[in-house]
Design a protein around this ligand. Structure first.
Ligand code: SAM
Length: 253
């Protein structure tokens, strides 16, 4: 029987892949990779490795999760080493847990290799620490669209207990989320940053407040990370990546 590696490819900069993730790419007979995985990483695959794209393409439907699950099992049952390569971390809004469930059910051996999640890497490359002494000691990673969580209790507890919010998949729904946060007590003047294509050459960061940032929303699109909290102000002092000269930046997607 083969084996499946569920691997986090990191947020975009290929140098943020772990050594363990690199080994899983090098050993794979088959690699199933997502849209947000940097293509450069596939250059480390064996020459005869089969590379299967699982993300969305214009005019073509993405493979649905059930098809991906079935392929992971099918290749592993053919005694192949299969690497499932996902953007960021496989278990943070990455559906890696669902794939692990299926593999366990089918008795297929697997390993999970963590990756650096974009919720941590994008703000770091934008010069925004998620925690900072005397500014923030709590962080929540939340999804921009989660109808089950759209309750007053949910928004109130976020506003009361969490000092830094990292919102994945949130650009389209941002105005709505902003309204919910303000309704439940968050100050309109709370700083916000939105980081588009964090850690890559295309990285672009816009900043403002809950009240003002919507004026610039059309400057960013998916994939973007939204950071809300006082920590955003620290970018003024410690932004670094935007100032590197282009030839020092390693990644282009
Ligand atoms: C389906 S989630 C996958 C998250 C991934 N598993 C992770 O740990 O980063 C996709 C969302 O992650 C965020 N994202 C992924 N890569 C990003 C990047 N390079 N810069 C900013 N946000 C990113 C965006 O919010 C995007 O809509």
């Amino acid at each position: 029987m083969g084996k499946v590696y569920l691997v986090g490819a990191g947020p975009g900069d290929p140098e943020l892949l772990t050594i363990k993730g690199l080994r899983a790419i090098k050993e794979a007979d088959v690699i199933l990779f997502d849209r947000l995985v940097n293509g450069e990483l596939l250059g480390y695959a064996k020459q005869d490795a089969e590379l299967i794209y699982c993300g969305k393409q214009p005019g073509r439907h993405a493979l649905i999760q059930e098809e991906i699950n079935a392929m992971l099992c099918q290749f592993a049952n053919q005694d192949k080493v299969v690497t499932r390569l996902k953007g960021g971390d496989p278990l943070i809004f990455g559906r890696g847990g669902e794939e692990a469930f299926v593999l366990r059910e089918q008795g297929i051996p697997f390993e999970i290799v963590p990756g650096i999640t974009s919720g941590s890497a994008a703000p770091t490359y934008a010069g925004i620490p998620l925690t900072h002494r005397n500014v923030s000691s709590s962080v929540a990673f939340i999804a921009g669209y989660n109808p089950e969580k759209d309750t007053s209790d949910y928004w109130r507890s976020l506003v009361r207990t969490v000092e830094t919010l990292c919102i994945y998949m949130g650009v389209k729904r941002f105005p709505d989320m902003r309204d919910r946060l303000v309704e439940h007590g968050m100050d309109q003047e709370t700083p916000v940053a939105i980081i588009h294509w964090g850690t890559t050459k295309q990285q672009k960061t816009i900043t403002g407040t809950l009240a003002t940032i919507t004026d610039q929303l059309d400057e960013v699109s998916n994939p973007s990370m939204i950071i809300i909290g006082e920590v955003v102000k620290l970018r003024e002092h410690i932004q670094w990546f935007d100032e590197l000269s282009a030839d020092l930046v390693s990644s282009e997607l």
